[in-house]
Design a protein around this ligand. Structure first.
Ligand SMILES: Nc1ncnc2c1ncn2[C@@H]1O[C@H](COP(=O)(O)OP(=O)(O)OP(=O)(O)O)[C@@H](O)[C@H]1O
Ligand SMILES: [Mg+2]
Length: 269
């Protein structure tokens, strides 16, 4: 039992692809850093890596090296800024899209060595309900489900929650609504999905908040530069800071519980 852990692990997931997960994870890392907290961002989209592209970098090593060599996470990680590291994935390696249980075990056992090294470990998952994404989501301490107000994003988000709930027994989820045009739209989206989860799954969805639609994000993707860096006062940046504050508060309020738990559920160091 590791009694020293101070790292809060989070999965950022979605049913539908392209809802904003990678931009959120990356800029959240910057917002947390701005507030004095360290993070490791892990690209868990094994089929189509994203984090490196949003940063315009070509990392020398990636998740494949972590799985297939003796290298440790710290040896594979790339430092983006002081207190902000990423573990890059790799694109176009089909055998890595789905990991079998042995591979998962190897990876999870390596990741637990990160306990206490960062304030936050954030896993940017591939969209959808593939086994690998579900396995990652099931072992982190918190799960953030990202949706947009689009009906298809909502139904796919619901499907993801349902799989984790029925097949992995998980019933705590935080909902983040991205690309809202008003607070009202964000609230309605949350309420719609929360009602479905309550009525059909008996799951109480927590509301983590909303991120406004902001063309600065589109521009930042094109520039391959996080918006927190080149437009720190844009609407999306303000919303991301609000989100960071909530997560910092959660971590602070739960430090004792985090210390008594493993960084990844069921995986002692
Ligand atoms: N708040 C926002 N306002 C405007 N556009 C946004 C916003 N969030 C995301 N986008 C747009 O959505 C695109 C997809 O974002 P991103 O790559 O972060 O999604 P994703 O969920 O990680 O996708 P994937 O499932 O493919 O990994 C961005 O390139 C950007 O154009
Ligand atoms: Mg992504």
């Amino acid at each position: 039992m590791n009694n020293e852990n101070s790292t809060l692990s989070l999965s950022i997931m979605s049913g539908k692809g392209g809802v904003g997960k990678t931009n959120i994870v990356l800029n959240l890392g910057y917002a947390l850093r701005e507030a004095g907290h360290s993070s490791m961002l892990m690209d868990c989209d094994l089929g189509l890596a994203n984090l490196d592209v949003l940063l315009g970098i070509s990392p020398e090593r990636n998740l494949q090296d972590l799985l297939q060599t003796d290298l440790s996470p710290s040896e594979v990680a790339v430092s983006i800024e002081e207190g902000l590291d990423i573990l890059p994935a790799t694109s176009g390696v089909p055998e890595l899209v789905e990991m079998d249980e042995d591979m998962q075990d190897i990876l999870f056992r390596k990741l637990v060595t990160l306990a206490g090294q960062y304030d936050f470990l954030m896993l940017d998952l591939g969209a959808g309900i593939n086994h690998t994404a579900m396995a990652f989501a099931a072992i982190t301490q918190l799960r953030i489900v990202v949706v947009t107000p689009e009906p298809t994003s909502l139904t796919d988000g619901y499907a993801t929650i349902k799989v984790l709930n029925t097949q992995h027994g998980i019933n705590d989820f935080l909902l983040l609504v991205n690309q809202v045009t008003s607070q009202k739209e964000g609230k309605q989206t949350y309420e719609r999905l929360a009602a479905a989860c309550r009525n059909f799954l008996n799951v109480e969805l927590r509301n983590l908040g909303y991120i406004r639609q902001d063309m600065t994000i589109v521009e930042s993707v094109r520039r391959q530069t996080p918006f927190m860096k080149f437009a720190p006062e844009c609407n999306a940046a303000k919303d991301i800071r609000g989100l960071a504050r909530k997560l910092m508060r959660y971590r602070q309020d739960n430090l004792e519980r985090i210390a008594g738990r493993h960084i990844l559920k069921e995986f002692p160091v």
